[in-house]
Design a protein around this ligand. Structure first.
Ligand code: DSN
Length: 440
């Protein structure tokens, strides 16, 4: 069938092949993961749980979901796993529904501009509208503000303490979180969406011995289709033997209908891949590459929050360079490099025009790139920052960031006409094409 949609697919494939994905939450999936994502499993309704569905015809998708659950249990060492949540945000919502019983139950999580994630109780998310929340911040060194967290935990007696977020470049000290939660009788939930693959590879601390619940999306460093795993640990089940059942009910019928069986199948495939020795190597390389990229960025005078990285992510404060995250992400997109604009701690700018940038190495590492390529990427980032600085002062140059739309249009136009940008676009494209999309 001729459909313009397939033209878009062709173009998207080309974009992914010809560009460098440095968005820390994105990755490429294997051919097997893609195969089941586009499979007939997606046709099936399977509301309910394995062996207890509200539809007939579930013999084979029951097998799929059982495999996903068993593989997750084995890989993470958790006694209970739900694999039905559509993604991380609904999974966190389901967790709060399962854990919070009274209106006064408080959720304590990392502040949004300090790297926290919307779905862990930020005011603009349903989790912040329907649950009482408070937040802790990062220290000047870019670490969790332990003193503040401990003090708030003792004073506010939260029902839930979350670890995890969207921007953090240190290793999460889950043991310390677990101790604080234990002292005040709170549930400790570790959202490891970003670092799950690194935990599996043994290059990031494991939350399972210390947390009551562990949540992860399946498509970041884990390289599955888009979904989420909610795991209840031994510690969680000791606290409440019904916690698994509560999670199941909070997901369905709590907030979802039929699980997306093709996604669950893709998670099962990804979990099998993640249990191979090759995946451990991949995780190690992700971190090695991130460290190499961070080191090289220092040469181009980028200010890194936390001073470097201990995981897959680099968090840049661009204020010293006099430009914002929006300008860099626009310019980098023009040269086929994809990054995230990102707020920095106590950011004076709005989230759409934030002061920072987030970079990550999971996707370029999946393509087989190594430290030498990270040095080249850092050099490109340095050059693009210089170009931005030049056009920024010639077009925007004011502090009126939100209102200055005309100046921003002018800035984009100048970039589009810039010869160095045009040259670099070609250079990046020719370079990216040499790397397969998915290399074992
Ligand atoms: N985009 C994902 C992240 O980077 O944290 C989830 O919102």
């Amino acid at each position: 069938m001729k459909d313009e949609l397939f033209e878009l697919l062709k173009k998207e494939k080309k974009r992914q092949r010809d560009g460098l994905v440095l968005i820390p939450s994105e990755n490429y999936v294997s051919a097997d993961v893609l195969k089941v994502l586009g499979s007939e499993f997606g046709n099936k309704y399977a509301e309910g749980q394995v062996g207890r569905r509200y539809y007939t015809g579930n013999e084979w998708v029951d097998g799929v979901e059982s495999l996903a659950i068993e593989r997750a249990k084995k890989l993470f060492g958790a006694p209970f796993v739900n694999v039905q949540a559509y993604s991380g945000s609904p999974a966190n919502m389901a967790i709060l529904i399962a854990l919070c019983e009274k209106k006064s139950d408080l959720v304590l999580s990392q502040e949004l501009s300090h790297g926290g994630h919307l779905s862990m109780g930020q005011k603009v998310s349903a989790t912040g509208r329907f649950f009482k929340t408070d937040h802790y911040h990062l220290s000047k060194r870019g670490e969790i503000g332990w003193k503040e967290l401990g003090e708030k935990a003792r004073r506010l007696k939260p029902r839930v303490i979350f670890a995890g977020g969207t921007a953090y470049t240190k290793k999460f000290d889950f043991k310390r979180y677990g101790e604080i939660a234990g002292q005040v009788g709170a549930y400790f939930v570790a959202d490891i969406s970003h670092v799950a693959g690194l935990v599996v590879a043994g290059v990031h601390p494991d939350p399972v011995p210390y947390a009551d619940l562990v949540m992860t999306t399946s498509h970041k460093t884990l390289r599955g289709g888009r979904g989420a795993l909610i795991m209840v640990t031994k510690r969680g089940l000791n606290k409440d033997a019904d916690l698994g059942e509560k999670i199941n009910k909070a997901v369905f019928p709590g907030i979802q209908g039929g699980p997306h069986m093709n996604n669950i199948a893709s998670i099962a495939v990804a979990l099998e891949e993640a249990s191979s020795p090759g995946f451990k190597k991949y995780g190690r390389k992700v971190v090695r590459n991130a460290k190499a990229l961070a080191d090289s960025l220092g040469r181009y005078e980028f200010k890194l929050i936390g001073g470097g990285t201990e995981n897959h992510m680099i968090w840049i404060d661009l204020r010293k360079k006099g430009i914002d995250g929006w300008s860099m992400h626009v310019a980098l997109e023009m040269v086929n490099m994809f990054v995230n604009k990102q707020t920095v701690p106590n950011d004076p700018r709005p989230a759409y025009y934030p002061s920072g940038l987030r970079l990550g190495t999971p996707a370029v590492t999946t393509r087989g790139m190594q430290e030498a390529q990270m040095r080249l990427i850092a050099q490109w980032l340095g050059t693009v920052a210089e170009i931005c600085q030049e056009h920024w002062s010639n077009s925007i140059g004011s502090e009126n960031y939100e209102k200055d739309q005309e100046a921003r249009k002018m800035f984009k136009k100048r970039l589009e006409e810039d010869k160095a940008i045009k040259k670099m676009r070609k250079e990046v494209r020719d370079f990216a094409r040499k790397w397969p999309i998915f290399k074992w």
